[in-house]
Design a protein around this ligand. Structure first.
Ligand code: AFP
Length: 299
């Protein structure tokens, strides 16, 4: 069975180093999860000052990125300001180190989202990404990678060779979607969003699946088709999710798999971020459903 490191040998060497930097932290993160559910400030079983898990995870990932020698900047939910490598480098990495951190306590899905580009500017539209991938901590640990080879799932083995091995190649979102993941409190949905939710329910006749972690909710859409949204809200017209570290990379993956994304008007991939923590409404899934969304919101 092909391992992750074998599979990515024909990617640019720097990209492969960044991908392996993340996959190489999985065992450490996974092993510590049961002992790091406590709030920051308490002591963990090692008697160490308990950092919030997302801060601790961020520290581990940032050190791994810096060790590659090819990362010139890191944009992370947990870094106030982006880290800029004084020695330069080829790639800018954006990460949500622990997407779905509120799911840890309830032992629900969560993961790490990564976007990588080699443009001069720090913030670029997601269409300029070289690769995007995520680690998903569920009943098994998987890594889903969108690259010039398509969308590929790798499965983390726990016995024998504990490397990631190719699970599914050339993943395409199913033509006929089955699921709808509807984020945000429904009483805060705008009229347009309510109309779209009614369409998904009454016309498309989709089933509700919502797990509270973008990485897991998008993974479901990748496998079963349908639509995920964290929409515009009456009090948050830009929604909740961050364009650079969440919406961009995950939309890149879904579009590479034959789906579509939108902020309500245009593809997420076309949006030029103005600042690191800019938020965007996000709708991703089957092309026909996203087209219907944009039609409804235009009314
Ligand atoms: P946390 O990382 O704080 O748990 O938030 C997760 C998230 O950013 C994203 O992964 C989910 O899609 C969304 O927020 C869930 O938000 P709600 O808690 O409002 O449903």
């Amino acid at each position: 069975m092909t391992t992750l490191s074998e599979y990515i040998t024909d990617l640019d060497e720097g990209l492969a180093k960044i991908i392996l930097a993340v996959s190489g932290t999985t065992d450490t993160i996974f092993a510590s999860l049961p002992h790091r559910r406590g709030a920051a400030g308490t002591e963990n079983i090692y008697g160490e000052e308990q950092k919030a898990l997302d801060v601790w995870t961020n520290d581990i990932l940032c050190e791994a990125f810096k060790a590659t020698g090819v990362v010139k900047a890191i944009v992370s939910e947990e870094l106030g300001e982006p880290w800029i490598n004084p020695e330069g480098g080829k790639y800018t990495v954006s990460i949500d180190p622990l997407d779905g951190s509120s799911n840890i306590e309830s032992n629900n899905l969560f993961g790490t989202i990564v976007g990588v580009h080699s443009q001069d500017e720090l913030l670029v539209p997601a269409e300029k990404l070289d690769v995007a991938f995520y680690n998903l901590y569920g009943p098994i640990t998987t890594l889903v990678l969108a690259s010039n080879k398509g969308v590929t799932e790798f499965v983390k083995h726990r016995t024998g060779s504990t490397d990631y091995h190719v699970g599914k190649e050339n993943i395409r979102i199913p033509e006929k979607g089955k699921l709808m993941g509807l984020g945000g409190a429904p009483y805060k949905w705008t009229d347009g969003v309510n109309k779209f939710a009614d369409y998904l329910k009454d016309e498309a006749k989709l089933k509700v699946r919502y797990g509270g972690a973008f990485v897991g909710d998008i993974n479901q859409i990748l496998y079963y088709g349908g639509c995920f949204m964290y929409p515009e809200l009456v009090d948050k017209p830009q929604g909740k999710l961050r364009l650079v570290i969440e919406c961009g990379p995950m939309s890149y993956i879904i579009e590479k798999a034959g789906g579509a994304s939108s902020n309500g008007r245009e593809s997420i991939l076309a949006l030029k971020p103005g600042e690191v923590d800019e938020r965007s409404p996000v709708y991703v899934g089957n092309k026909d459903l996203i087209a219907k969304l944009e039609e409804i919101l235009k009314l």
